[in-house]
Design a protein around this ligand. Structure first.
Ligand SMILES: [Zn+2]
Length: 278
């Protein structure tokens, strides 16, 4: 969830799932492709290098693998936003989903009470925490289901497998899982799992206005009986700069710049609100 709804345009792709209107802006495709460029390229290179030496190993080529990445991104972020939208619906509020260059948004459009009696339903802080958590948790769960399902089916595609080995010494139940001979199968599973594990984890970081920042804000609101915004922005600024520094050191400059801009917007919001007594 991020600031501001992008303007509708004639290049938007529109459809519905479970009665939720969904809009995909043209810039979503470009950013998704840019983010997956290196992944698709290195996967293709690895398979191309092995292909002459190992029988059966093949790759459909970089453009196809990049398309798989973009499709996996679309599906994974859609699952994330459906988590928010279903939680909104649970509390009687309709919403629409927009996928754009910053990821996804679930935007409340109207409450059922609003439609009938002219009153907007007011969400409690507890409701807001559930709505904010529902997106990343559903997405994370979907990634785990796909990753573990693949392992059970005997397909090893990194990520989930290496995480499970880290968590538990007993990895014998998927010891026989094989890396697929075709890069297409590998990409299909690996890209979906990769996005569905990392995207929600970064979204849960306590940096406003990521989901984690909203959860912090409403938790503070419950404890301190304020709106929690100043405190959430302060935490967001500190954590945001910290995460940016970590990304810079890891050589992931685009991610670093994203978190610098998030941290800056937290600082700006704090300046506008002015400090309160703690
Ligand atoms: Zn979210």
């Amino acid at each position: 969830m991020l600031i501001g709804e992008p303007m509708p345009s004639q290049y938007d792709w529109r459809f519905q799932i479970f009665g939720f209107p969904i809009r995909v802006t043209w810039l979503f495709w470009i950013i998704a492709a840019a983010l997956g460029y290196n992944q698709a390229m290195s996967l293709d290179e690895n398979y191309q290098r092995l292909a002459p030496a190992v029988e059966g190993v093949s790759s459909p080529g970089f453009p196809i693998l990049l398309c798989v990445w973009v499709a996996a991104t679309l599906l994974s972020i859609l699952v994330h936003e459906l988590g928010h939208a279903l939680a909104f619906r649970y509390f009687g509020i309709q919403s629409e989903i927009v996928l754009y260059h910053m990821g996804g948004l679930a935007i409340p459009t109207a409450g059922y009470l609003y439609q009938r009696g002219g009153f907007r339903r007011r969400l409690t802080d507890g409701n807001q925490i559930i709505i904010s958590a529902a997106g990343p948790l559903l997405q994370l769960a979907s990634g785990i289901v796909v990753g573990v399902g693949a392992l059970l089916a005997g397909i090893y595609t990194g990520e989930i497998g290496s995480w499970l080995k880290w968590f538990s010494a007993d990895a014998s139940w998927f010891a026989g899982a094989q890396i697929p001979e075709n890069a297409f199968t590998y990409a299909l599973i690996n890209f979906y799992v990769l996005i569905s594990l990392w995207w929600p984890l970064f979204n849960l970081l306590p940096v406003y206005p990521l989901d984690g920042g909203h959860i912090v804000q409403h938790t503070i609101a419950i404890v301190r009986r304020t709106d929690g915004l100043y405190e959430a922005n302060l935490i967001g600024a500190v954590v945001g700069f910290g995460v940016a520094w970590w990304f810079f050191r890891s050589g992931m400059t685009i991610n670093a710049l994203l978190f610098v801009s998030l941290a800056m917007s937290n600082v700006q919001a704090m300046q506008q609100q002015g400090p309160r007594i703690w």
